[in-house]
Design a protein around this ligand. Structure first.
Ligand code: AMP
Ligand code: ZN
Length: 136
């Protein structure tokens, strides 16, 4: 289903032009308008889902095979040195467009980007406590 007031529904379905690098019956992959690096693009399903939680299993099962295919294409054409696959869910996690999408971010030596997590040092017993909360 499409959502009338959703910009990514319009972009994915071709109602608004995009810099498309790939399209099939389920997805459009196009260049991000504010790229973090050269070749930064977005895998966007044509159907509307707010986020990963809402995504159908069918569409979900096709995202990583497509990411892999696009990664290979971008390697061939742009020759990246590394690659980030990023997918944000919820405002606190950096989601700004509430139509599920996956960022493909080619990385280059000295590209000046830093998408790394900040590591922490858990106190003794902390990981076990979290584990017991999740697995019980
Ligand atoms: P997120 O923060 O994960 O929701 O990512 C949204 C991404 O969509 C950002 O990287 C934006 O630069 C990108 N974006 C927003 N509007 C457009 C647009 N019209 N065309 C291409 N990319 C867009
Ligand atoms: Zn949408």
């Amino acid at each position: 289903m499409r959502k009338d007031d959703c910009i990514f529904c319009k972009l994915a379905n071709g109602d608004i032009p995009t810099n498309t690098i790939y399209e099939d019956s389920d997805f459009r992959v196009f260049l991000d308008a504010a790229p973090a690096t050269k070749g930064h693009c977005l895998i966007v399903p044509k159907e509307h889902f707010d986020n990963l939680e809402e995504l159908s299993d069918d569409v979900a099962s096709k995202v990583f095979p497509l990411a892999k295919k696009m990664m290979k294409l971008l390697k061939e054409k742009l020759g990246w040195d590394g690659f980030n696959v990023v997918q944000n869910n919820g405002e606190i996690a950096g989601q700004t467009v509430f139509h599920f999408h996956t960022h493909l971010i080619p990385r280059y030596i000295d590209d000046g980007q830093n998408l790394n997590m900040k590591p922490s040092s858990p106190k003794e017993g902390e990981l076990e406590e979290v584990l017991s909360q999740i697995v019980s």
